[in-house]
Design a protein around this ligand. Structure first.
Ligand code: AMP
Length: 441
């Protein structure tokens, strides 16, 4: 199927062509026609499937009759409201709205918290047809009487599962209560737990249901693998992998802000161009880090789950889980950053002994084993020393017996001692401490 078969207007087809897209993705093929007909849609699609264009293109087309170059704000009421869970996702969706709508006269704006509200107030007062927003900031703007939602014809809930996870349900209800009862509703969600289904039943009217990937499956083009490694040597392994495999652009996940900061600083000291991305950074810093990463100025971006949610980085070949996520579902979201839109990608996890349970939950969710890779010999090829009884009784790799260097590294205090004669007692003791409870960003 071609884009031109979907019934899209010439100005939108032109924008698609300029992006270099030749064929619609499955979600686009299935969602664009019913949205053009004004139907409600509930779509199960992760980031990376082309879902943003799947709702943006037809909604822009539905607004075309109202596109005008009038200077009067009254001629540009908000007609489409797109809600997204994070600032980054909102900014990305807005990017798509501007890209695909560049040959139309539709106006758009994007509002989110963490930055000054004044310019956003000004923009909204000037009038926009498409508003992309995070829920909290939108309600602030409504309260300040800068956002009038009484003429919204289309509501889009993007990454609805994440919005509920992040506790936005009360805000969403408040916002929906401000919209006209007669409207088109589009809901996109990577997963459909019970709370999402219940919410969808309340919001959507006889929706067309679309599922482009089975629930909890990850992009097929992504290969998964893992290394078993002593937590104290994860950084060394990471640096070795990036160097030896000539990884030019790597997104690394940690489970806490603290750990993201620490790792980023250490990698800088190791000679890498590196930035950290998490919610303690200002919006400006986050945008800069992302822009530098996309431009190739930053080779390694160390991010926490929430900050990285929805990031769209074209052709990102490598995602490394420096720490496994506390919730297995987050693994899928992390991995969704790579293998996007037909590109191949690689997801590597560095797993320490205290993360075995997390690895098992991820494998259960994926319904497959993640193959273990032997540790690179050049970095870890020191002769294997005596492996203690304690180490011998630790869990071993599920799919492959540890190689010699692996056995030396995977949680063996004795091996650690003998390989690193200078290691301090508390470092060795740390190997046996209970796992630190990972706190989400
Ligand atoms: P999304 O799932 O919306 O986050 O989109 C993932 C990526 O796919 C983005 O980088 C889009 O620019 C790209 N994309 C969207 N539609 C297509 C298409 N039909 N062909 C190729 N790439 C696309």
């Amino acid at each position: 199927m071609q884009f031109s078969d979907l019934g899209l207007a010439a100005e939108l087809l032109r924008a698609v062509e300029e992006q270099g897209y030749t064929q619609p993705t499955p979600i686009q093929e299935q969602a664009i026609p019913p949205i053009l007909l004004g139907q409600d849609v509930m779509a199960g699609a992760q980031t990376g499937t082309g879902k943003t264009a799947a709702f943006t293109l037809p909604l822009l087309q539905r607004l075309l009759p109202q596109a005008n170059n009038s200077v009067s704000p009254a001629r540009h009421p908000v007609r489409t409201l797109i809600l997204a869970p994070t600032r980054e996702l909102a900014a990305q969706v807005w990017d798509s709205v501007r890209t695909y709508g560049q040959h139309t006269m539709l106006r758009s704006a994007c509002v989110y918290g963490g930055v000054s509200i004044d310019p956003q107030m000004k923009e909204l007062r000037a009038g926009v047809e498409v508003l992309v927003a995070t829920p909290g900031r939108l309600l602030d703007l409504v309260q300040q009487r800068c956002a009038n939602l009484s003429q919204v014809q289309i509501l889009v809930l993007d990454e609805a599962d994440r919005m509920l996870d992040m506790g936005f349900l009360p805000d969403l209800r408040r916002i929906i209560a401000l919209l006209p009862a007669q409207r088109q509703n589009l809901m996109f969600s990577a997963t459909f737990p019970d709370d999402i289904r219940k919410f969808a039943d309340q919001v959507l009217r006889s929706p067309v249901r679309i599922q482009v990937a089975a629930r909890n499956t990850v992009a097929e083009l992504v290969t998964h693998s893992a290394f078993k490694v002593d937590p104290l040597r994860k950084r060394e392994l990471l640096a070795n992998l990036v160097r030896s495999r000539d990884m030019r652009q790597v997104l690394v996940f940690t489970s806490t802000k603290l750990s993201a900061n620490r790792l980023s600083r250490q990698l800088e000291r190791d000679g890498f161009n590196c930035s950290a991305l998490h919610s303690d950074k200002t919006q400006g810093e986050r945008m800069q880090a992302l822009a530098d990463f996309k431009d190739g100025k930053v080779q390694i971006l160390v991010a926490t789950d929430i900050a990285a949610r929805g990031l769209d980085i074209e052709q990102l070949p490598h995602v490394i889980n420096y720490e496994l996520p506390p919730n297995a579902e987050d693994y899928i979201h992390r991995i969704g950053r790579t293998g996007r839109a037909g590109m191949t990608g690689e997801a590597i996890s560095l797993v320490s002994p205290d993360e075995q349970d997390l690895l098992q939950s991820i494998e259960k969710l994926l319904k497959k084993r993640i193959p273990m890779q032997p540790l690179p010999v050049d970095a870890f090829g020191a002769p294997v020393r005596h492996v203690s009884q304690a180490a011998a009784s630790r869990p071993t790799a599920p799919t492959q017996a540890p190689t010699q260097p692996q056995a030396a590294l995977f949680g063996s205090a004795a091996a650690a001692t003998s390989q690193h004669g200078k290691r301090r007692p508390q470092q060795i003791a740390a190997l046996f401490l209970p796992p630190v409870v990972a706190k989400h960003d």
